[in-house]
Design a binder for this molecule. Structure first.
Ligand code: G1P
Length: 311
């Protein structure tokens, strides 16, 4: 890999957010799943904060029917700002202004839910022929363990595809895109020769799973456009990346071992909320005390120490 970077670093992030959120019904009947709070911030805000912290201040949300409130979250709300300013609630004023200062938010529509690959294809006109990041809203990466900047730098070096990878237990390969990979000179980077979408554990070539962070070259759009429906009858991003790997595009994975919170189903969402709340400087001390006592009570539903009621 060349030492000097000769290519452009991606500047745009694409967030596929057209899904119906069926795993969280009825909560998601009228509220987009991306706006469900993880502690006190919508899941989507964490993702846009990560994009901005990685230097990506042009963010495209690929949205669908009934999801326009997602975009409102990133607009100013002047009447509320005025009320908060007049009552001296500066912390809350900062909190509602923060999402507006992160990035320029654009949207594109995915008219039908035809798969992740298809959602990414809906970004083609906005992105053009440049490298770009794809960030899936179900994966929150802890800001103390940044992954995306490393991936963006690597993509600028190779000009190819870079994905985030984690090791998963074998039985979980059917939940992820799985990579066939070999080590490189860089300890945290592997070279990927093949990718397969959600293989059964018995057929999985490894336990290296693609998490929801990708940096892709603009050429991927043409490849997605000729990708046939795959797993689940959907146009899969994994299949388009696999085609590019076969046709000679360099594909690398950055191995991630930092803190990550999955919010994609109810079990993992609950764990994410508990972990992030317990870790917070403001809420954490009271919440941890309460949680410890609650566990010690044997999950007795009438238990309530009363701690933390001020928050
Ligand atoms: C998608 C991708 C899969 C990837 C996963 C990461 O699946 O298709 O390859 O491993 O995201 O979260 P989904 O979780 O949307 O079913």
């Amino acid at each position: 890999m060349p030492e000097t970077r000769t290519r452009t670093r991606a500047r745009k992030a694409v967030i596929p957010a057209a899904g119906l959120g069926t795993r969280f019904l009825p909560a998601t009947k009228a509220v987009p799943k991306e706006l469900l709070p993880v502690v006190d911030k919508p899941a989507l805000q964490y993702i846009v904060e990560e994009a901005a912290a990685s230097g990506l201040t042009d963010v495209l949300l690929v949205t669908g029917r009934g999801k326009s409130s997602m975009v409102d979250h990133f607009d100013r709300k002047l009447d509320l700002e005025q009320t908060l300013a007049e009552s001296g609630k500066d912390d809350l004023l900062d909190a509602i202004r923060r999402p507006c200062d992160l990035a320029a938010i654009h949207t594109s529509r995915q008219p039908e839910p035809l798969g992740l690959g298809h959602a990414v294809l809906c970004a083609a006109a906005h992105v053009g022929n440049q490298p770009f990041a794809v960030m899936l809203g179900d994966d929150l990466i802890d800001e103390r363990d940044p992954l995306l900047p490393r991936m963006l730098d690597l993509q600028a070096d190779t000009g190819g595809i870079v994905v985030g990878l984690i090791e998963v237990p074998r039985e979980q390969t059917k939940l992820y895109g799985i990579a066939t990979a070999k080590p490189t000179e860089q300890e945290d980077v592997v070279a990927i020769s093949e990718l397969v979408e959600k293989p059964d554990p018995a057929d999985a070539p490894s336990n290296l799973a693609v998490i929801g962070r990708y940096v892709l070259p603009g050429e991927i759009f043409d490849v997605i456009a000729r990708t046939q429906p795959g797993r689940g009858g959907e146009i899969q991003l994994t299949d388009a990346m696999a085609t590019m790997a076969n046709e000679g595009t360099p594909v690398h994975g950055v191995l991630f071992s930092g803190r990550r919170y999955d919010t994609g189903d109810r079990q993992s969402y609950l764990r994410a909320v508990v972990k992030l709340a317990a870790d917070r400087d403001d809420l954490g001390p009271d919440f941890r005390d309460w949680l410890k006592s609650y566990v010690d009570s044997g999950f007795n539903s009438t238990f309530d120490s009363g701690a933390g009621s001020a928050g």
